[in-house]
Design a protein around this ligand. Structure first.
Ligand code: AKG
Length: 263
């Protein structure tokens, strides 16, 4: 694991000990506000989708989304965990609406992912203040060394992923609420057991998951993965094929600060 000057050794040490860590005040309020507007814009564009499910396939054609996940403040954090050659593997807004926002059942991310090796870090960017009341992420600390378990379909429980792990594998008494203020980030390991409760509060709870891989991690997929972008450093020849950044087109995309000059 490499380290950069922007991330203290305390943060790295806490991640290594607990499998997750939070970092406040990463993104400035203007960009966070744009991310909130982006969710509203996506909902208008895709009225058939629930706002907990804006994800991977939508990224490739969305300049603001790629601009956001390419932000140097996020990449500097990712670099401290996975080194200087960074690609995007996946990204997903989980925007739980007030009152009937869906839960995320207990799971381990790595069980879902076609990655080899499973070297990947998630940055979870808080677009709104994420609190116990509105269904913040919950983790079971120190489960990052647990083997990856099978995730089972759970159609009887409406949830964001539609599946999760057997409840008897989860020591829910040890669960910790990961509260993060808008603009802050939590970071978690692919084996960490985590989930979140429904949002029954009167406030939206939106977060953006961003899965960064070192370019030495292969995405095992027959075609180009729908949102694989090279974001920093060098690719490793023969490992992955990356998409070109989408260009901003007025009228087709959400306008954002600097969009005219963004490639
Ligand atoms: O946003 C949430 O409630 C859960 C996030 C999650 O499961 C993840 O980032 O893997």
């Amino acid at each position: 694991m490499s380290k950069t000057s922007v991330i203290s050794t305390d943060i790295i040490d806490q991640y290594q000990k607990d499998g997750y860590v939070t970092i406040p005040n990463v993104i400035d309020p203007n960009l966070v506000e744009e991310a909130g507007q982006h969710i509203d814009w996506l909902q208008k564009k895709h009225p058939d989708l629930r706002s907990e499910n804006f994800h991977h396939r939508l990224v490739a054609e969305d300049p603001f989304w790629v601009r956001l996940i390419s932000d140097d403040r996020l990449l500097d954090i990712a670099e401290a965990f996975i080194g200087p050659n960074i690609a995007l593997f996946a990204s997903h807004y989980i925007s739980k609406p007030p009152v009937d926002g869906r839960p995320v059942l207990w799971h381990q991310d790595g069980s879902y992912w076609p990655l080899q090796p499973m070297e990947v870090v998630t940055l979870w960017l808080a677009v709104d203040d994420s609190t116990t009341e509105n269904g913040c992420m919950r983790v079971i600390p120190q489960t990052q060394s647990t083997q990856l378990h099978e995730m089972k379909a759970r159609p009887e429980t409406p949830s964001v992923l539609g599946s999760g792990m057997s409840e008897e594998l989860v020591d829910t008494k040890s669960a910790v609420d990961v509260t993060v203020k808008a603009g802050g980030v939590s970071v978690h390991h692919p084996n960490l057991i985590h989930g979140s409760n429904p949002n029954t509060s009167s406030k939206r709870r939106a977060g953006l998951t961003i899965r960064y891989i070192p370019t030495s991690t292969k995405i095992i997929s027959e075609n180009t993965w729908p949102c694989a972008f090279l974001l920093r450093g060098n690719e490793v020849p023969g490992i992955n094929t990356y998409l070109p950044n989408p260009k901003y087109i007025k009228g087709s995309h959400m306008p954002f600060s600097g969009c005219e000059n963004w490639i």
